[in-house]
Design a protein around this ligand. Structure first.
Ligand code: FES
Length: 77
């Protein structure tokens, strides 16, 4: 199955330094913007694991159109 929009706007997240996050790349997760394993049943692309170097607030993409994953770049508009 193809990727789909997981939402129409980014989700504000408080990210902690050096923690692994699994950003949903496929849009099928009900736990946006993060992967919940739904990509397996959907036969879609797996998650993208990422970390940040310092604690920060980030706006993570849910529409899956961003050119700068996992961050929103305004492509949902
Ligand atoms: S559910 Fe979308 S990447 Fe895992």
């Amino acid at each position: 199955m193809e990727k789909k929009r997981g939402g129409d706007a980014p989700v504000q997240c408080e990210l902690e330094a050096n923690k692994n996050y699994a950003w949903c790349t496929c849009g099928h997760s009900d736990d946006q913007p993060f992967c919940n394993g739904s990509h397996r049943a959907a036969k879609a692309t797996p998650s993208m694991v990422f970390t940040v170097e310092e604690d920060k607030t980030a706006y993570l993409c849910t529409c899956k159109q961003t050119k700068n994953p996992p961050y929103c770049d305004g492509s949902h508009n």
